[in-house]
Design a protein around this ligand. Structure first.
Ligand code: PAF
Length: 275
């Protein structure tokens, strides 16, 4: 596995085969393992898998967990070696951003709902860094998880609107045995919070199986189920269209039920598609 830490070093790598990119912020866990597995599958025998690890300050709002975000460098490198990654790109902050940077990538529609409503600037940070990684690593395809459904939709939109010649591959959410979506932030949870956090997926499944037609009743059911966990504090429960991400007034097929819930200071998100 090649480990590259500079933009110039990464850009000077001649690409002989199709390259699949898995962009990450590190603290790699089994959901990243699944993204890497899918990337390897798409790369085939002749292709290569690149993983980037960069904790991107632009997508953290002031006062959030940028400083305390886990950065287990050695373990991450080991993880990449063990999962057959060919190229690890691990730039420093100075390598990625000039102090006087003044160009950003802003998506102006899908970013306005759900996470974007509560985390101003977050998706501009995501689009900016993903566009930079695409330019630096020149992948043929990039792999993203459906847990961050809005991020996936926005990256697809950016690729379409800015004509990046890159396929975006979506991977279904990877879950722990009790249904909790795998996330680097799960490690912040106390053992009581961790037990109760299973309520997110439970609430989404209950709603998806309830056959409700009223959004109000659907949302109420999710809120009631999450309410069974005393340590949970709901940030939002919303039903949106999977394409436009705009809130829906009636429950209909191809909609996305999304939740954000705090356990202490840790904010978890999850979603389910209603068929
Ligand atoms: O999903 C993530 O880990 C990040 O948002 C990403 C795509 C690596 C951009 O920093």
């Amino acid at each position: 596995m090649k480990v590259l830490t500079t933009v110039a070093g990464a850009q000077s790598q001649v690409k002989h085969q199709p390259r699949m990119l898995v962009p990450t912020m590190g603290a790699l866990h089994k959901a990243h393992g699944e993204l890497i597995r899918v990337a390897s599958e798409h790369a085939g025998r002749n292709g290569e898998v690149a993983v980037s690890i960069f904790v991107n300050p632009l997508q953290f709002e002031p006062g959030s967990d940028y400083e305390r975000y886990p950065r287990p460098e050695k373990a991450d490198e080991e993880f990449c070696r063990n999962t057959g990654v060919d190229l690890l790109f691990r730039p420093s902050l100075a390598e990625m951003y000039a102090d006087d940077r003044s160009v950003f990538v802003e998506e102006s529609s899908l970013s306005k709902t759900l996470e974007g409503k509560l985390r101003p600037g977050h998706f501009c940070g995501v689009c900016t860094v993903v566009a930079k990684l695409f330019n630096v690593l020149a992948p043929d395809a990039a792999v993203f998880g459906e847990k961050d459904f809005q991020q996936l939709a926005i990256v697809r939109r950016m690729v379409r609107d800015l004509n990046f010649k890159i396929d975006i591959i979506a991977v279904p959410t990877v879950r722990e045995a009790d249904g909790l979506a795998c996330s680097s932030r799960n490690q912040y949870l106390s053992s009581d919070e961790r037990k109760q956090a299973a309520v997110l997926h439970k609430s989404l499944l209950a709603a998806a199986n309830a056959g409700k037609t009223s959004v109000r009743e659907l949302v109420a059911l999710v809120r009631k189920t999450i309410g069974e966990a005393p340590l949970a504090r709901i940030d939002y429960v919303e039903l949106v269209d999977t394409e436009s991400l705009q809130p829906l007034e009636v429950v209909r097929p191809n909609s996305l039920l999304a939740v954000a819930v705090f356990f202490g200071k840790t904010r978890l998100i999850d979603n389910i598609r209603l068929r």
